[in-house]
Design a binder for this molecule. Structure first.
Ligand SMILES: C[S@@+](CC[C@H](N)C(=O)[O-])C[C@H]1O[C@@H](n2cnc3c(N)ncnc32)[C@H](O)[C@@H]1O
Length: 304
């Protein structure tokens, strides 16, 4: 007797049931068992997200089914993010190579890039962009795609992360406009000036680092941890960013759950907290003038 054909839809439903029955944490590209199962099956079978509903009735070959089952089993038993098992992540509609040397891209800043940071900037005035803490290079590369004649510097302190970013710059053929630099935040940037600085620095506080789910323990802690209150890197960025901005330049920086700690630490700073249609929070915007005032206030606090 011939074995029954497994369809794409059957396989997704089966894997989704397995994921739902396991104690998994999401947040590395999807937020539920069904979407995670669909991502796994689409990726292994090589289906396009633009394919219509008929694709769910297509047959899956036996080797494809076996590979999906094997990866699903690793996802359940190792609690490893699917992005690492597939070596792929999606950000701003673009595909990126990822492995354990970089965080899995998930910043809501993707939405701002898609909108070319409007209404906060005039896109025609954006010629030089800095991505601080580039990791996989996702923000730098998506920004270079959105601003198609801008030059982008992409900085990371981790040589390992920069090796991954280099793969992505190459895949997206952006070597002429995305410049990868090993630097401790602004330290190696000399006298460079930017119209837009985008930062997704590490911002997880010590308590959250201790209690984080197993999935997040596969990510490099250099990309997550930032001191007791999660603000070590952000404090340095706030102190230094104005010197690297052109007069009309802005800083857009993500601090996630550390938003309340940041507001408490800088009660007089007029942070603009950006809102997102597709989820996410904890991203602020400041202009050069705000940042200069912040530096002056800090300097006078020290002298008084
Ligand atoms: C939250 S991850 C963001 C990665 C990527 N931009 C994204 O959105 O997925 C922070 C990144 O900052 C880097 N980083 C940590 N400390 C740094 C420092 N002092 N200077 C430069 N980069 C740093 C980490 O290696 C990591 O790649």
């Amino acid at each position: 007797m011939q074995a029954a054909t497994t369809t794409v839809g059957d396989l997704i439903a089966d894997v989704a049931d397995k994921f739902a029955a396991a104690d998994l944490t999401y947040g590395h590209g999807t937020d539920n068992a069904g979407d995670e199962a669909a991502w796994l099956v689409f990726s292994v079978v090589g289906l396009s997200w633009d394919a219509g509903p008929a694709v769910y009735r297509e047959a899956v070959s036996e080797p494809e089914r076996a590979r999906v089952e094997a990866l699903a089993s690793r996802r359940v038993h190792e609690h490893r993010p699917l992005a690492y098992l597939l070596n792929e992540a999606w950000f701003a509609g673009l595909k990126f190579y990822v492995d354990e040397r970089v965080l899995v891209p998930r910043s809501p800043i993707a939405e701002l890039i898609h909108e070319q940071f409007q209404p906060w900037v005039d896109p025609d005035g954006i010629h030089r962009i800095l991505d601080l803490g580039t990791g996989s290079g996702c923000i730098a590369i998506a920004a270079a795609v959105a601003f198609d004649d801008a030059m982008v510097d992409a900085v990371d302190i981790s040589a390992d992360a920069l090796a991954v970013a280099a793969i992505n710059v190459d895949t997206h053929s952006l070597g002429a406009r995305v410049n990868l630099l090993e630097s401790d935040l602004f330290e190696s940037l000399g006298r460079r000036r930017y119209d837009l600085i985008v930062a997704n620095p590490p911002y997880v506080d010590a308590d959250d680092m201790m209690s984080r789910a197993e999935e997040f323990r596969h990510e490099p802690s250099l990309g997550l941890a930032s001191g007791k209150d999660g603000l070590d890197a952000t404090r340095r960025i706030l102190q230094q960013a104005s010197r690297f901005l052109n007069d009309d330049g802005i800083l857009v920086c993500e601090v996630g759950n550390s938003q309340p700690a940041l507001e408490a630490a800088y009660p007089d700073v007029p942070f603009i907290w950006l809102t997102f249609e597709h989820g996410g929070a904890g991203v602020f915007l400041l202009n050069k003038h705000n940042l200069e005032e912040l530096c002056q206030a800090t300097a006078s606090d020290k002298t008084s």
